[in-house]
Design a protein around this ligand. Structure first.
Ligand code: FES
Length: 115
């Protein structure tokens, strides 16, 4: 049904500050990996759906990030703009295993071709 996931280790969860982010550079673009106060992690494109602001430099609150440029709030779970704003940022499958962050490399490649 879906292509087999190829999980790639992109570092330790602890390498990201709580309520912070780290940018993972892929051949096709930058992905922002966020850590929430509850030690969850989410990966989305480091581009705001409004005017491509660097979401990795935004403020993390709950499971959302506020864009540093014009304060849109983007859901880390769905990549969608919240409230009255309309827009969508690509999300990527990410899992935590033994304190390591694993990103689905196949999904990264597929997503970027379509973007
Ligand atoms: S670029 Fe993110 S809110 Fe405008």
């Amino acid at each position: 049904m879906t292509a087999k996931a190829k999980w790639v280790d992109i570092g330790a969860l602890d390498s990201i500050p709580v309520r912070g982010a780290r940018v993972v550079k892929t051949r096709a673009g930058c992905i922002a990996v966020f850590r929430t106060a509850e030690n969850e992690a989410f990966a989305i494109d480091d581009r705001c759906p409004h005017k491509q602001g660097p979401l990795s430099q935004g403020i993390v609150h709950g499971r959302a990030v506020t864009c540093p440029l014009h304060n849109w709030v983007i859901s880390l779970e769905t990549g969608a703009a919240t409230g009255a704003d309309k827009g969508q940022t690509k999300t990527y499958a990410l899992k935590i295993e033994g304190g390591r962050l694993l990103l689905d490399a196949a999904e990264v490649a597929a997503g970027k071709v379509a973007a």
